[in-house]
Design a protein around this ligand. Structure first.
Ligand SMILES: [Zn+2]
Length: 203
């Protein structure tokens, strides 16, 4: 939105807001106008929060999750079992799993997945940190919670190769794959059905 009639400060903000996911130039302008309608204190507080995001957040040196203190509260929690480590691709996956409250072990954020089509290799992933953590000897089970996409499959096979060679004593499991709750067989896609059959449970 490059209109000479729009004051530069407003135009600058709109341009930046338009880079946010889900916002185009028009909705960015709407958001900017909303800020102007807010009480001054609220707008300043929002600006301060954005500023502090970069200033006060860091990565936990143990799990690579976002935190204000290193190590993060999850890694510091003495009530959590140290023998189970859950590997997630991104921090928000860790957040989703932990919000359920049903998992009380440790986490490690891998930092992404292998994407063969984009030639994204393992160099940028926290694989060394994972191996170091397993070498500490506390972890008895590693749960792969990488998702059910083809990139997750590629990453899982790649990891399994390394893990079997380096840490054959560590039990490696993955989140169950198959039919979502409340679904019917006739509406399932081929791949979900294939996985549901492959990972079927004995009753
Ligand atoms: Zn942590």
């Amino acid at each position: 939105m490059d209109n000479e009639r729009i004051p530069t400060v407003l135009n600058d903000l709109v341009k930046q807001l338009a880079k946010l996911p889900g916002l185009g130039p028009k909705s960015a302008m709407r958001v900017a106008m909303t800020f102007l309608e807010w009480p001054e204190k609220a707008t300043r507080k929002l600006g301060q929060s954005i500023f502090e995001l970069r200033d006060r957040l860091c990565l936990c040196s143990r799990c690579f999750g976002l935190t204000q203190e290193d190590p993060c509260p999850i890694c510091r929690d003495p009530q959590r079992t140290r023998s189970t480590l859950c590997l997630v691709p991104e921090w928000d996956s860790m957040l989703a799993l932990d919000q359920g409250g049903f998992y009380r072990g440790q986490y490690l954020v891998l930092g992404g997945l292998l994407v063969p089509l984009e030639q994204k290799t393992g160099d940028k992933l926290h694989i060394e940190a994972l191996l170091k953590r397993l070498a500490e000897g506390e972890v008895k089970e590693l749960i792969l919670a990488l998702g059910a996409t083809s990139d997750a499959e590629t990453t899982t096979s790649w990891l399994l190769q390394i893990l079997k060679e380096r840490f054959p004593q560590v039990l490696v499991s993955r989140l169950a794959q198959g039919m979502p709750l409340g679904s019917e067989v006739k509406y399932m896609d081929r791949e979900t059905l294939r996985q549901s059959l492959q990972f079927r449970q004995h009753l």
